[in-house]
Design a protein around this ligand. Structure first.
Ligand code: 13P
Length: 282
């Protein structure tokens, strides 16, 4: 099965009033787990990785080969997306390597610079027939993250940003954080509602892990169609390793990593189901 543009999958998801999970990839065990989860649920999935994740795998092209192998093996509908690209060179590398979607994240910059860089990256993506995601407002890490200040998306900037950048999917900052929350998550659904009324591009929520499901369901209902997940599936993977350490010897890696694969896959199935069922309708 060919990798599909992410915006195509997201528009189909929106018609069904569901969101798709976009899951971080770091090795072939977890990539296979994500593919299996998509196959078990019958819901398309987005594989994504930042350069920090794919460089140790051998680079962007190595990741493309791995993802395509499992997409074929499980015969699933999927996109492969560059998450948090930080340079135009990374965007070009992913386009050349066969990704089907890219993000350039200049959200820590002021509006003008974010719009300028995002527009340049969008041109590169569109020339290769890839979809493009950018972020307006800035989602930080729960533990302080990249040192930049958290900034909520300003609705009055949204239409101009989309027009200037020609972005296909817009990541918004409405109160989530990457990684663990320090306090109690409280999404600004009022902001999301206003933003969703202004643009018709699919909206993306970064920092999905640890967010109460009722708030995620409310966000999906208002227009979020892609939910980024890393921490929750990585925690499940690490819990599997801890489990293995209790009884198994590291001398047989295949057995040792089996619980990690199993627990991560189960968590991914659970999240795909949460994003596609039980969403309140009007
Ligand atoms: P979490 O680690 O909070 O799930 O965030 C992942 C993310 O947003 C990747 O872009």
């Amino acid at each position: 099965m060919k990798l599909q543009r992410m915006d195509t999958l997201l528009r189909q998801a929106r018609e069904k009033k569901i969101a798709l999970g976009a899951f971080e990839c770091w090795d072939s065990i977890n990539i296979q787990g994500i593919a299996k989860a998509s196959s078990l649920t019958g819901i398309p999935v987005i594989f994504q990785a930042t350069p920090v994740e794919y460089e140790p795998m051998g680079g962007a092209a190595a990741l493309v080969h791995m993802v395509k192998f499992y997409v074929d093996k499980y015969n699933i509908n999927a996109a492969l997306h560059l998450d948090h690209g930080s340079t135009l060179e990374q965007v070009e590398d992913c386009v050349r390597s066969g990704f089907s979607s890219v993000m350039l994240d200049a959200s820590a910059c002021e509006f003008e610079e974010n719009a300028r860089l995002s527009a340049e990256a969008a041109k590169i993506a569109h020339a290769g027939n890839l979809s493009f995601e950018a972020e307006l407002g800035h989602v930080i890490g729960g533990d302080g993250g990249d040192g930049a200040e958290s900034a909520l998306t300003v609705p009055s900037e949204v239409v101009e940003f989309v027009k200037r950048t020609q972005v296909d999917c817009l990541a918004v900052s409405i109160g989530t954080v990457h990684g663990d929350y320090k306090g109690k998550p409280e999404l600004r659904l009022d902001l999301l509602k206003e933003i969703a009324s202004l643009v018709e591009e699919p909206l993306v929520l970064h920092g999905g892990s640890g967010t109460p499901i009722a708030q995620l369901h409310a966000a999906i209902k208002l227009g979020i169609t892609k939910i980024n997940i890393c921490t929750d599936i990585h925690k499940a993977f690490l819990a599997g390793i801890e489990e293995a350490r209790k009884t198994l010897t590291p001398s047989v890696p295949g057995n040792f990593y089996r619980p990690a694969a199993q627990m991560m896959t189960e968590k991914t199935v659970e999240m795909i189901r949460l994003f596609s069922t039980g969403i309140p309708q009007d």
